[in-house]
Design a protein around this ligand. Sequence first.
Ligand code: ATP
Length: 583
Amino acid sequence: MMIDKRLIGTVTDSKKWIAVTVLWNWVALVGGIVSAVVFAWVLQQAFDGSLSLGGGIFYAIILIVALGVRAFAGSMSVKASYKASTDVKHRLRTLIFEKLASMPLNQVNQQSTSSIIQVASEGVEQLEIYFGRYLPQLFYSLLAPLTLFAFLVFFNAPTALILLVCVPLIPMSIIAVNKIAKKLLSKYWAIYVGLGSSFLDNLQGLITLKIYQDDEHKSQKMDEEAEHFRKITMKVLTMQLNSVSLMDLLAYGGAAVGILTALLQYQDGNLGIFGVILFILLSSEFFIPLRLLGSFFHVAMNGKAASDKIFTLLDTPVEENQQAVKFAVENAISVEINNLHFAYSPEKQAINGLNLTIQPKQLTVFVGKSGCGKSTLVSLLMGFYKAQQGKILFNGQEIQDVERHSFYQHVSLVSHSSYIFKGSLRENMLMANLEASDEQIYQTLAQVNLANFVRENGGLDMPLLSRGSNLSGGQIQRLALARALLHNADLYIFDEATSNIDVESEEIILNFIQKLKNEKTIVMISHRLANAVWADNIYVLQQGELAEQGNHRQLMDKQGIYAEMFNQQQNLESIRNGGNNNA
Ligand SMILES: Nc1ncnc2c1ncn2[C@@H]1O[C@H](COP(=O)(O)OP(=O)(O)OP(=O)(O)O)[C@@H](O)[C@H]1O
């Protein structure tokens, strides 16, 4: 409970520095004992009237040296304690990141972003105190009373023994408080994480809240949550304050009992003036280290509660197939979907027994009414979710049997929410192909009519803001397409890649997709059926099932759902165009 072996084992380098910190603290204690001895000795000589000037100077020099050693050792222990904790943040954050990176995407999807942010930031921060302050202090608090006892027992055994016996009262009080604290702290963390999650959600949706003027209402709800958090924080602080008062009482009470015993021993003639002064000076040293330990204890335990959450994440078994093999792509990718079932919740199937084939080097388009399962199918094809039943075979291989790196080398997605990172345009492009030269990047940018725009705006070093917020919607989508092209995959999936963008960008992207289909396997999802006219094969989905299939001509002849949807959209567009013409 007080020492978490696993936590220490995780940051192995810190063990050495914890030992060094304890050693310097111990040296400081020895310095303190020597100075107390000298001080007591001088006082006794002065009391006896036997202190000479030469002796006084001699003792003063020893006292100064002992105090100097104490101060030096104290500062060295601070440095060593810093070293014990310096690696903790880096190591734990690396482990968290590596764990998330090692998970297949369907598993990463299950993690809560805000909880990870909180655990990896504040949780890890508090663990610094656990390593740098709490653990060295824990070992030193065991060593200090034993050292003092071993020294003082020669002067008066009963007093030394009473002091030693009183020492465990402090850890006993810490253990008792910890019992109450544990429940309270885990409740505190749960409320803290919940508040963080609401905050992140409201921050991300702030513009929507403002538009609907719902910010006031959300702010009230946040106030309520914050008030709840304040209350639990106050409870934690009260508990900490009470336990500090209790420890003060025990520490100074214990020292007082020791001093009283020493005085009684003096009265009985069992102890001289020198011994009494020594006990008066040193008895508090028995308790101070443990008292200090108590003050680090609560922050350390808070960090420990966070570490439990970190280990829960680190212990999540990665659902990756250890026997996964390389993706066998020689020429092109074909996809076979067999009896595929997927449901977000048991009540309703989003994909319901789908059977179909995506031919290599062809353009396959999925269409269907809103909510029919198009995006879910994309997520299943990309491995963001795992099907509950059935198979998706890429060139005969299932996604979970293929090494993830190798899979995403050959399969790429351009969605309506492609992510642009803060950094230069070059950095954003290079993530698709680290070896690409500037010339290659410009070539791909030229394919989507972005090369001139980039040249005019600072070249490949052009700074981009997070989510590409200094670009237009159409430019973001064209950049995302250029990045995907640089990746040179064999199967491209376009999920509403041209929705909500300008007509010119839409034209550029669609023309390019048509050219690309002779070289690559292309899957496209589009709510606009005019985009499906050139497809080699169109699949019409309805409530997660395959309703119709064929090319545009065949489906129009069939006069089914597709033809109805197509005609509806055409009518709408001609009304709109007519409206525009009239205007
Ligand atoms: N994350 C989710 N959790 C629960 N249900 C979901 C989730 N995403 C989608 N669904 C449900 O699954 C079904 C299929 O949704 P999906 O997003 O795949 O449809 P879609 O055809 O892409 O629709 P649209 O054209 O409107 O984007 C819908 O009934 C939808 O309500």
